[in-house]
Each structure stands twice: as structure tokens, then as C-alpha cells.
Design a protein around this ligand. Structure first.
Ligand code: AMP
Ligand code: GLY
Length: 418
């Protein structure tokens, strides 16, 4: 089959790489893709959803997979489905779980899904009164999409009030901050858990851990994620069963009842406090870099997973994973995440193998040369029979990747190895 992948990051590259080795897959297309995806398929410069659907129809593409949240929130799935096309992703109505934190928190409350105590409001007085009932640290979140920057962990009530006031006035995040969520701080460890859903049925993937801070020991500013690994031994059977019973099942049921059946991948950002699982947030897409460490662990054909989910037939699938671990180390540009960096040529002195490979993200190609174009440039993925072996393989690969200003964390997967 022919498959179109919407997006341009390492996540989309890793989905493509796994599909490339799938015997059901004839060819791949990307909209827009990046400087390295053109080695796996054909990059398209079509932004308009209707025009993209025209292309899919004319080319006989049987499945479209949407990577990032923006096109989902903008309704790409609705446009494609209306035209009878098979697409993997959440509808516009379902994508509100990520597009609005206020909607997401109210949804969790309506369906008794465990989450931090909160209010959502557009009134400074109400935010301030609620802040007075909490003790620091206090979490203040902008309602709308802020490219992962809309969360402030305030160290005092005054700082929390200032953050709420800056958001509500539109100063911090423009319209995305016109409603805020204020919530209690949960002190535990975080997991990224993904459930692939077809509205009715679901498959829960092995739990991963991201590393959001820029520097070793979880110091420095938040980033889009500096590395990930899976499966994490921190997630035991009890945690998986809480996620299934108290999170995924009621979410699918709730979304159906509310007229927005959930399809695509549900990203549960979970915090485990003591032994109890709480939902911090939902995203309506795979995490990046989590996706890059999950795709290589799939034993079942990835085309089957995506196609059956998109076609509402997940119940037919016996999803299997390899008995291995994957660790991914993000190699970022010099100025990430503060500002952009000038393009730098990349050289790699290793070939992809069964033990390690590169997943390309922020790269452009000019005259056949790959350039780091700023941000998170690529991910070195190691595979192994243990977290340690996978991590060693990933770090061995980082030694064979060069571009000026390249930087990465040295402690990815530390929580599994301490
Ligand atoms: P979010 O975008 O809601 O996932 O928030 C980004 C990050 O902020 C999360 O990955 C957590 O590390 C942190 N965070 C968000 N909400 C809370 C909370 N209630 N308690 C503790 N940390 C939080
Ligand atoms: N790695 C976290 C995210 O994709 O939001």
C-alpha cells in the first residue's frame, strides 16, 4: 500500500523508517517531510487539506498518518473522512483534549479520571482565590496550544498569581492564555503512555519516559524532549492496569458518550505519586522523541497497526512487541531551545544497524548535503536486550555524528539505571 505521513519531525521520520521495512508498504509520501525523509519517500509541498486529499485520491494512497497536533486540531481528519479517505488521527472535536487544557481537565473531572485538583477560569480573582487555597509549588497553565511552553511551576503564591495575571492579560501567550488552569503540584515520576485507538478498541504500548529539561540531572529550561527510552521498568503491572482501567477505558467511553469517539493515538502524560496514577495531560499524537523509541520495538507490522486503527478494526490485531529496549538521545543545535542556530553541515560515520540508527528531525538538504537547521536535529537510537545495552549503543552512535555546536544530554534513561 501507499502511505502518506503528515509532519516533518523525528517522530514522522521514525514512523516512516519502521514502515520502510514493512512488506505491505509500497511507497511513502510526506507532507511536508524534512531533508532526510526524501530518502525514504517523496516530500510534498501541499498545505491545504482539500488539495492534499485530492493528491491522495489521485495517487491511490490507501492510508494517511498524521504526526503532529496542529493539523489534527485544525480538522484534517474530518476533511479526509468526509471524502471517504482512511486517515490515522483524532477528529477536530476529539483533538480538543490537547487543544484546550480547560476542556481536557473538565473532561477528566466529568468522567472521574484521576488528575491534579484544579480550576479553569478566565477571571483573575477566581484564579487568585484558588491559588490561596494551595501550597507552593503551584502549577499555572495556559489553556491553548503554546508549543509546550504554556506551563509555569511557580515557587510561591505570588509567582503563581503573577503568572496567571500575565497569561490572562494576553501578555504571555496571547489568546492561548485567555483562560488558565491552576492546579496542585503532583510530586512523583512521569510516564508517557500511548494508547492506539479506533473509537472503540485500543492497544496500549510499552510505557516510555521523556527527558524534558535541557541539561543532565533534569536541570535547565524545558525543551520539546531531549531523549526517551522504552519500555521503562518503572511501569509495573499495577501501573499498566490503572492506566487501562481508570484512564484509557473511561476516556474512550466518555469521548463516545460526548459524540467525539477517540481515534488515533492517545498520549497519556501520567504522574505516578506513591503508587497511584494521575493524568497530567493528554496529547492527541505520539510524543516526540517517545515515538522514535517505540517504533523500533514493534514486532507486528506497523502498517497493520495504523491501518486497522484508522479503519476501526483494531480488535482484529494481536499487537506484538520485541523483547528489547530502545534508548534515544536527541542531538540538538547550539542555541536550542533559546533561539535559532545557523545551518551547519552534518557528517555521520556510521551506518544504520540492528543495534542503532539515526532518526532525522531538524534537517534540510542542499546540493545533496544534510544541514542541521536548528532545534532538535536528530536522534541517536540504540536497541538492546537491556536498557543499559540500548543506552550504550545510542551513546556509541552519538560519537559518530558531527556538526558544529551539536549538544546532547549524557544521562538519558538514568531513572531506569539508578
Ligand atoms: P503539561 O504540558 O501539562 O504536560 O506540563 C508540562 C510539564 O510540566 C509536565 O511534563 C510536568 O513535568 C510538569 N507538570 C505539569 N503539571 C504538573 C503538576 N500538576 N504537577 C507537577 N508537575 C506538573
Ligand atoms: N515528548 C513530549 C511531547 O511530545 O510532547
Amino acid at each position: 500500500m501507499k502511505i502518506l505521513i503528515v509532519g516533518s519531525g523525528g517522530r514522522e521520520y521514525s514512523i516512516a523508517l519502521s514502515l520502510k521495512n514493512d512488506k505491505n508498504v509500497e511507497s511513502l509520501y510526506f507532507a511536508p517531510g524534512n531533508g532526510a525523509t526524501d530518502e525514504l519517500g517523496i516530500n510534498l509541498d501541499i498545505k491545504d487539506f482539500e488539495k492534499l486529499a485530492d493528491f491522495v485520491e489521485n495517487e491511490g494512497i490507501s492510508l494517511t498518518i498524521v504526526g503532529p497536533e496542529a493539523p489534527l486540531v485544525e480538522g484534517i481528519v474530518d476533511v479526509f473522512r468526509k471524502r471517504g479517505l482512511t486517515i490515522f488521527g483524532a477528529s477536530k472535536a476529539a483533538a480538543r483534549l490537547e487543544g484546550s487544557k480547560a476542556f481536557m481537565k473538565d473532561f477528566l473531572a466529568r468522567h472521574d479520571i484521576p488528575t491534579a485538583r484544579y480550576i479553569q477560569t478566565s477571571s483573575y480573582e477566581k484564579a487568585s482565590d484558588f491559588i490561596d487555597t494551595l501550597s507552593a509549588p503551584i502549577v499555572v497553565k495556559a489553556d491553548g496550544l503554546c508549543a509546550g511552553k504554556g506551563v509555569i511551576i511557580a515557587k510561591s503564591k505570588d509567582e503563581a498569581k503573577k503568572a496567571a495575571s500575565d497569561m490572562l492579560s494576553g501578555e504571555s501567550f496571547a489568546d492561548a492564555g485567555k483562560t488558565v488552569v491552576v492546579e496542585e503540584f503532583l510530586d512523583g515520576f512521569e510516564l508517557s503512555v500511548f494508547a492506539v485507538c479506533d473509537g472503540e478498541n485500543y492497544k496500549i504500548l510499552p510505557a516510555a519516559q521523556d527527558h524534558k529539561r535541557l541539561l543532565d540531572n533534569d536541570e535547565g529550561p524545558n525543551t520539546g524532549g531531549m531523549g526517551a527510552y522504552a519500555p521503562t521498568p518503572l511501569a509495573n503491572d499495577d501501573i499498566y492496569s490503572q492506566i487501562e482501567e481508570f484512564v484509557v477505558k473511561p476516556t474512550l467511553k466518555g469521548m463516545r458518550e460526548e459524540g467525539a469517539p477517540y481515534t488515533g493515538v492517545l498520549f497519556v502524560g501520567a504522574m505516578v505519586v506513591g503508587k497511584k496514577v494521575y493524568v497530567l495531560e493528554y496529547n492527541v499524537r505520539f510524543g516526540d522523541p517517545e515515538c522514535e523509541v517505540l517504533m523500533p520495538l514493534l514486532k507486528s507490522a506497523p502498517s497493520e497497526l495504523f491501518y486497522k486503527a484508522a479503519a476501526g478494526r483494531l480488535n482484529e490485531l494481536d499487537l506484538q512487541f520485541k523483547d528489547e529496549f530502545a534508548v534515544g538521545v536527541v542531538v540538538a543545535s547550539e542555541n536550542y531551545p533559546y533561539k535559532s542556530s545557523a545551518p551547519k553541515p552534518i557528517s555521520v560515520t556510521a551506518k544504520n544497524s540492528a543495534h542503532s540508527h539515526i532518526s532525522y528531525a531538524g534537517v534540510d538538504k542542499k546540493d545533496g548535503v544534510l544541514y542541521a537547521n536548528g532545534g532538535r536535529v536528530l536522534l541517536c537510537v540504540g536497541i538492546g536486550k537491556s536498557v543499559k545495552e540500548a543506552r550504550d549503543n545510542a551513546y556509541d552512535l552519538t560519537k559518530k555524528v558531527f556538526f558544529e555546536g551539536a549538544k546532547f544530554r549524557n544521562d538519558i534513561a538514568y531513572q531506569a539505571l539508578k
